[in-house]
Structures are given as structure tokens and as C-alpha cells.
Design a protein around this ligand. Structure first.
Ligand code: NAD
Ligand code: UDP
Ligand code: UDP
Length: 325
């Protein structure tokens, strides 16, 4: 429904109290929009958005997107979903419901409002990839019944739903395949490699390398990722994606551990632990499409992005972390 008095765009961010979502909310508010954050606080926290309480253009609604949501907005970013293996494996049925029922509800909302909707998909749709680096036309190598499947297959099904709503009902969709992203406000107990290594290094505890530490990942700093998501949302209607968003600079987990140890001035040792089941051996985005269609490429090197991330974890451990930028 068009509004009578305010010309600001009303943007819904599901998962807006989480790590990525809260940075996206900050940026959208800075860009002059009105932002509605919908989150059930399963892995997100109010602390990530508490600095926005007094902002008249910000609103928080505690809601689980597996249930219908009737509101009025002009644009939807669908980020709600636990993202780290520990979090998404805690209640795998709910994880699949969030991806699938959540997508149906948000697509139903977008259909009623005739508004644009962006899906935060993931590099996990490629599974343990047989093609390297991964391009968007690769269909993936995913176990449908393993411990990661609730997340991987849930996200794959969500992509299917987005494309069927697009083909069948003409909805304007955008699908971002997000590769490993890091930065301040990552949950310190999410078990992800960046948060684990920094926390361990700062405490002087052994740094836990799973497997032999030769598996690779490519890490994108959160500000670069938010920039990519916004560029995708604002791209011409005919560009739906899926498009890879990530930093192509690839590191082994041992290299990451060494970098973190150096940057924290830590004397932590390394300890080798078993590799989790179905853990992808390598991951690196091919971002040619994002460069061409969005004019986007990340600008923050891992060594640079780790600095504010480590500073955040230091404050967090001292109990003085603030989400304010
Ligand atoms: P996060 O866990 O910090 O944020 C997810 C947010 O969604 C949390 O605030 C959580 O409370 C909320 N949420 C979960 N289930 C919900 C539900 N049913 N209803 C409402 N809210 C719900 O994770 P993140 O890293 O910020 O990830 C955000 C999105 O980006 C996710 O969809 C994730 O799959 C995707 N993604 C992230 C990465 C990454 O490296 N961070 C990589 C690929 C994809
Ligand atoms: N829905 C919603 N908000 C809306 C419109 C729809 O949450 O503003 C939900 C509703 O629960 C529905 C789902 O989105 O089940 C899919 O909607 P759609 O119109 O595509 O399907 P239908 O209602 O015809 O099953
Ligand atoms: N990993 C590790 N030590 C840890 C946590 C993770 O070696 O303490 C490895 C993990 O096995 C994987 C990589 O780091 O190969 C990235 O793991 P993460 O859970 O951060 O992300 P994902 O596997 O979903 O890309």
C-alpha cells in the first residue's frame, strides 16, 4: 500500500538482529531508509541492534518467519536462518523449516505487495565442490541426508522457490550466494573458524585445526558483503542471479590460524582435531558475474578485516563490546 506522508523506502530485513543482518540494517538506515527488522533471536541478539533503539526510522519485531507475516514494506532482504554448523545442526528440522517455510512466507508477502525480494543463499549449495573455483552454473555436490543437509538442501530448496515464484508469478527476485563472511558481531560461540581461532588465540588456548588444516576457505569482510547485497538489490530487474558474493582470496585453515596468532600476539599452540563429516575441502568464489553485472568486488584484505574483528572480540570478552560503529 503506498503511503501518504513519508517518501522513505520501507525495507524489511529478516534475520536483522544477526551478524550480517545487523550490519545491513545499519547501512540501510545510513542510506536514508526506514528499516523493519524481523528476527526470532534464535542466534541473533538484541545487543546487535540496541544502538538503534532511539532511531525513529528503525523498528524491531520479534517473529519467526516460519509463520505468516502480514505487514507493508517496499523491499525484502531475507536473511533469517542460522548460519554456522553448530547453530544450524542444533535443531535441523527447524533449520529446514526456516529456509523453506520461511521462504514461502516471505515470497507470499512479496507477491501480495508486488515488491522486490532478495534471498541470502550460500556457497553451501555447491556442497563439497568438484569444480574449483565455483561458478554459478555449477550444480553442486551435496549430500542430501548428512548433518549439513538441513542447511544445504534447505537453501537449495529456497532458491528453487525463488525461481518458481519468479517464473510462475513474475516476482522480482535476487539470489545471492554468500561465501564465508566475517567481522565484528560474529557470535563468539558460533563455532565458525574465524570466531573460534580469534577467541582461542585471545585466551591463549590451543587453536583447533580440524583435519590437517589444508582445507581452504575464502573470507569476505562484512562491509564488502553488505555493499554487494545492496548493489544486487538495486540491480536491473532482469538480473535475478544467482550470483556469487565473496572474496576470492583463498587460504588454508593453517594459514588463517597463523595469521590470527600473529595479529593477536598470541602464543597459542595448534591442536589437530578430526575433520567434521562432509566438510568441504576447498571453497573459492568465482566473482566474474558480480564484477560484470554489479560492478562489485571486495576491497578488504583478510589481514585488514581481521583487525576490527579481533578488536570486537577483545571488547566482547572484556564485557565492553558495543555494536555502535
Ligand atoms: P546469524 O545467525 O548471525 O543471523 C541469522 C539471524 O536469523 C539471527 O539473528 C537469527 O536469530 C535469525 N533467525 C533464525 N531463524 C529465524 C526464524 N525462523 N525466524 C526469524 N529469524 C530467524 O547468521 P549470519 O551469518 O548473519 O547469516 C545471515 C544469512 O546469511 C543467513 O541466511 C545465512 O545462511 C547467510 N549466509 C551467511 C554466511 C556467513 O558466512 N556469515 C555465509 C553464507 C550465507
Ligand atoms: N503470506 C504471508 N504474508 C502475506 C502473504 C502471504 O506471510 O502478506 C504467506 C501465507 O502464509 C502463504 C504463503 O505466504 O501461505 C505463500 O503465499 P502465496 O500467496 O504464494 O500462497 P497461497 O496463500 O496461495 O498458498
Ligand atoms: N575449522 C577448523 N577449526 C575450527 C572451526 C572450523 O579447522 O575451530 C574448519 C572447518 O573444518 C572448515 C573451515 O574451518 O573446514 C570453515 O569452517 P566454518 O564452520 O567456519 O565454515 P564452513 O565449513 O561452513 O565454511
Amino acid at each position: 500500500m503506498p503511503r501518504i506522508y513519508d517518501s522513505r523506502k520501507r525495507v524489511l530485513v529478516t534475520g536483522g538482529a544477526g551478524f550480517l543482518g545487523s550490519h545491513l540494517v545499519d547501512r540501510l538506515l545510513r542510506d536514508g531508509h526506514e528499516v523493519l527488522c524481523v528476527d526470532n533471536l534464535f542466534t541473533g541478539t538484541k545487543r546487535n541492534i540496541e544502538h538503534l533503539h532511539a532511531d525513529p526510522h528503525f523498528e524491531f519485531v520479534r517473529h519467526d518467519i516460519t509463520f505468516p507475516l502480514y505487514i507493508e514494506v517496499d523491499e525484502i532482504y531475507n536473511l533469517a536462518c542460522p548460519a554456522s554448523p553448530i547453530h544450524y545442526q542444533y535443531d535441523p528440522v527447524q533449520t529446514t523449516k526456516t529456509s523453506v517455510h520461511g521462504a514461502i512466507n516471505m515470497l507470499g508477502l512479496a507477491k501480495r505487495l508486488r515488491c522486490r525480494i532478495l534471498q541470502a543463499s550460500t556457497s553451501e549449495v555447491y556442497g563439497d565442490p568438484a569444480v574449483h573455483p565455483q561458478t554459478e552454473d555449477y550444480w553442486g555436490h551435496v549430500n542430501p541426508i548428512g548433518p549439513r543437509s538441513c542447511y544445504d538442501e534447505g537453501k537449495r530448496c529456497a532458491e528453487t522457490l525463488f525461481f518458481d515464484y519468479h517464473r510462475q508469478l513474475g516476482l522480482e527476485i535476487k539470489v545471492a550466494r554468500i561465501f564465508n563472511t566475517y567481522g565484528p558481531r560474529m557470535h563468539p560461540a558460533d563455532g565458525r573458524v574465524v570466531s573460534n581461532f580469534i577467541t582461542q588465540a585471545l585466551k591463549g588456548e590451543p587453536i583447533t585445526l580440524y583435519g590437517d588444516g589444508t582445507q581452504t576457505r575464502s573470507f569476505c569482510y562484512v562491509d564488502d558483503m553488505v555493499d554487494g547485497l545492496i548493489k544486487l538489490m538495486n540491480s536491473p530487474a532482469e538480473f535475478t542471479g544467482p550470483v556469487n558474493l565473496g572474496n576470492p582470496a583463498e587460504f588454508t585453515m593453517r594459514e588463517l590460524a597463523e595469521l590470527v596468532r600473529t595479529q593477536t600476539n598470541s602464543s597459542s599452540s595448534f591442536v589437530m582435531l578430526p575433520l567434521p563429516q562432509d566438510d568441504p575441502k576447498q571453497r573459492q568464489p568465482d566473482i566474474t558475474l558480480a564484477r560484470e553485472k554489479l560492478g562489485w568486488a571486495p576491497t578488504t584484505a583478510l589481514s585488514e578485516g581481521l583487525k576490527p574483528t579481533i578488536a570486537y572480540f577483545r571488547q566482547h570478552m572484556a564485557g565492553t563490546a558495543s555494536a555502535k560503529k
